[in-house]
Ligand binder design. Structure first.
Ligand code: SF4
Length: 213
């Protein structure tokens, strides 16, 4: 299995690279953090950093590192101590940072990123604004193509995230999507990144472990 995953991750990495993403493979979350700190961060222009919610990103410890290092200016976009209006203003400001970090809901073997968001600040940062974007993705996020990516998100990632976030949606009781009309619905904005533009703006680190939802 070790060889299988090495080969599959390398194939996916090459497909991402052909689509103009920066693409890397790491053995584990700690390896992904080292890659960011040693290979990517030295080339990034400034200290302003923010992120979109991601279980995989949390596993790397990167946000915690930036939070506790005085040389970085981290915009906190999740903060229970401030009002929703303040959070939304911070999320707008997070679109102007030097570096934006996130996970992804799916990576296709053809080298595309597919995501579904509730608010849109996570996919917003991937689409436009931050000078550099780093995406971390466990090997369980890899699917053959777009159809499988959307199916993965609808049938697994979205219901599991609704459960994780304690939403009041039908899927938290059934584990399946009923395309609900709930005000708590977390499925509002789809994005498909076919390529990175400009070349290398989005950098994807594939991690050789099952991580995130
Ligand atoms: S559309 Fe509604 S039911 Fe379906 S996964 Fe999203 S939140 Fe759950």
């Amino acid at each position: 299995m070790e060889k299988y995953w090495e080969l599959r991750l390398e194939r996916c990495r090459q497909a991402l690279e052909e689509n103009n993403f920066g693409a890397y493979v790491a053995a584990d979350p700690e390896g992904a953090r080292d890659l960011v700190m040693k290979e990517i961060l030295p080339d990034i222009g400034g200290p302003r950093i923010s992120w979109g919610g991601s279980v995989t990103l949390a596993a790397t410890g990167l946000v915690e590192h930036f939070r506790t290092s005085p040389e970085y200016d981290l915009i906190e976009t999740f903060d229970a101590s401030v009002t929703r209006d303040v959070i939304m203003e911070r999320r707008r400001n997070a679109l102007k940072v030097d570096l934006f970090l996130s996970g992804t809901n799916a990576v296709t073997e053809t080298g595309m990123l597919v995501n579904l968001d509730m608010v849109g600040n996570r996919v917003g940062g991937m689409v436009f604004g931050p000078a550099t974007v780093i995406i971390v993705a466990g090997r369980n996020k890899i699917v053959p193509g777009l159809d499988e990516a959307m199916k993965r998100i609808r049938t697994l990632a979205a219901p599991a995230n609704a459960i994780r976030l304690g939403k009041k949606t039908p899927c938290v009781h059934t584990s399946t999507c009923s395309d609900c009309r709930s005000s708590d619905r977390i499925c509002n904005v789809w994005t498909i990144h076919e390529k990175s533009y400009p070349k290398g703006r989005i950098k994807v680190i594939l991690i050789n472990q099952d991580l995130g939802l």
